[in-house]
Design a protein around this ligand. Structure first.
Ligand SMILES: NC(=O)c1ccc[n+]([C@@H]2O[C@H](COP(=O)([O-])OP(=O)(O)OC[C@H]3O[C@@H](n4cnc5c(N)ncnc54)[C@H](O)[C@@H]3O)[C@@H](O)[C@H]2O)c1
Ligand SMILES: [Zn+2]
Ligand SMILES: [Zn+2]
Length: 367
């Protein structure tokens, strides 16, 4: 049985999202039908809109969906009609990375998350005239009132979860917190630098506080963001526009930080935070750099430092999202403070406010 949906459709690079009535396919045996309650807006959606990532147009984006299960496929185990879920990235489950428990590095990641098709190549959406529309963006395409997701990327939320703001746990928030808690495995009592204090960096700062890091240094160029970072756990802030980032971090840490994470993607910032770390430090790169960006290898040679390019905070969403939600419900991970709610139809306003820095994490509420 197909499902009518209202969706925001992107027809090409630099086009606006248009609201259209589409038809969602019947679910397959390993899928669930989710009534979307709300969906976060992430830079990756905007990267497709701006042509920085490939898009299978016409395309329904949206990859931080949350909602309630309305139908479960015949082969689905562990999910039931009525369950509240957050949808995360898709991974195949059968490649070498997935089998090693590293699904953020799934060998089929691009096809399953960006190509607009299910794993078997079929498409989930059609317009009113029967023309095919690409869906399955990050295995969900949740800029729509209903979504088909593979059961393995629908994460059941613990009782009492605020479903309406849970979608961003599936991407931006788990990326920030996971980079600290999983990729860098920051131990208690350590020093951490987080460069860039948007949704991902601020989630990293909250993660560092959860980890018990005792020196948490936020770096940005916007004072309001840095003040916000302090409220969420940063012990020190550096405005890299006005201050010497390396000198200040050396001074705060007495010789260099043990861990660092970049969410700016800016080569100069990455070079600065590598320089500002101590011997043997571990540094994670999360922000998407401009093509062709370079850093000086002299920053790394004979330093004992490790630089890792992390995806989705090395998260296993099925276990990590409930862990983050448990921390939230215990008052230790206040990700709700990052969220600004918008009506679904106000997606352009949400995009504008995200671009201007007015909103840290815009979440679109379905009618
Ligand atoms: N690797 C992954 O798995 C993954 C997942 C989600 C998002 N991302 C990427 O992470 C990045 C951050 O996402 P976000 O949503 O937090 O973005 P954001 O734009 O909200 O935050 C970036 C922050 O960096 C700051 N910044 C920019 N230039 C700077 C500079 N020169 N010096 C210091 N600070 C500077 C900005 O002021 C802003 O506060 C994006 O590139 C996004 O595409 C990666
Ligand atoms: Zn994302
Ligand atoms: Zn895989």
């Amino acid at each position: 049985m197909t499902t009518p949906v209202r969706a925001a459709v992107l027809h090409g690079v630099e086009q606006p999202f248009t609201f259209e009535n589409l038809v969602l396919d019947d679910i397959q045996a390993d899928e669930v039908l989710v009534k979307i309650t709300s969906v976060g807006l992430c830079h990756t959606d905007l990267a497709v809109q701006h042509g920085h990532l490939p898009g299978a147009f016409p395309f329904v984006l949206g990859h931080e969906g949350a909602g309630t299960i309305e139908q479960v496929g015949a082969a689905v185990i562990g999910l039931e009609v009525g369950d509240a879920v957050a949808l995360s990235f898709a991974a195949c489950g059968h490649c070498a990375s997935c089998l090693a428990g590293r699904q953020a590095y799934c060998e089929n990641f691009m096809r399953l998350n960006m190509a607009g098709v299910r794993e078997n190549g079929t498409k989930t959406l059609k317009d009113a005239d029967g023309n095919v529309v690409s869906g399955s963006f990050f295995g969900q395409s949740s800029f729509a009132t209903y979504s088909i997701a593979a059961a393995k990327n629908a994460v059941k939320l613990p009782a009492g979860s605020p479903v309406d703001i849970s979608g961003p746990l599936g991407c931006g928030i788990q990326t920030g917190a996971g980079t600290i808690l999983n990729s860098l495995a920051v131990p208690a009592g350590s020093s951490v630098v987080v460069a860039g204090t948007g949704a991902v960096g601020l989630s990293g700062i909250m993660g560092a506080k959860v980890a018990g890091a005792t020196t948490i240094i936020a770096v940005d160029i916007i004072d309001e963001r840095l003040e916000f970072a302090r409220k969420l756990g940063a012990t020190h802030t550096v405005n890299s526009k006005r201050e010497d980032t390396v000198a200040k971090i050396h001074e705060i840490t007495g010789g260099g930080a043990q861990f660092a994470m970049d969410t700016t993607g800016v080569a100069q910032v990455i070079a600065a935070i590598i320089t500002a770390t101590t011997f043997g430090a571990k540094i994670a790169l999360v922000g998407v750099p401009r093509p062709g960006s370079t850093i000086d290898l002299g920053l790394l040679s004979a330093s004992g430092k490790t630089v890792v390019g992390a995806i989705e905070g090395d998260s296993i969403p099925q276990t990590f999202i409930p862990q983050l939600m448990a921390l939230h419900l215990a008052g230790q991970f206040p990700f709700d403070k990052l969220v600004t709610k918008y009506k679904f139809e106000d997606i352009q306003q949400a995009i504008n406010d995200t671009a201007s820095g007015k909103s840290v994490k815009a979440v679109l509420m379905m009618p």
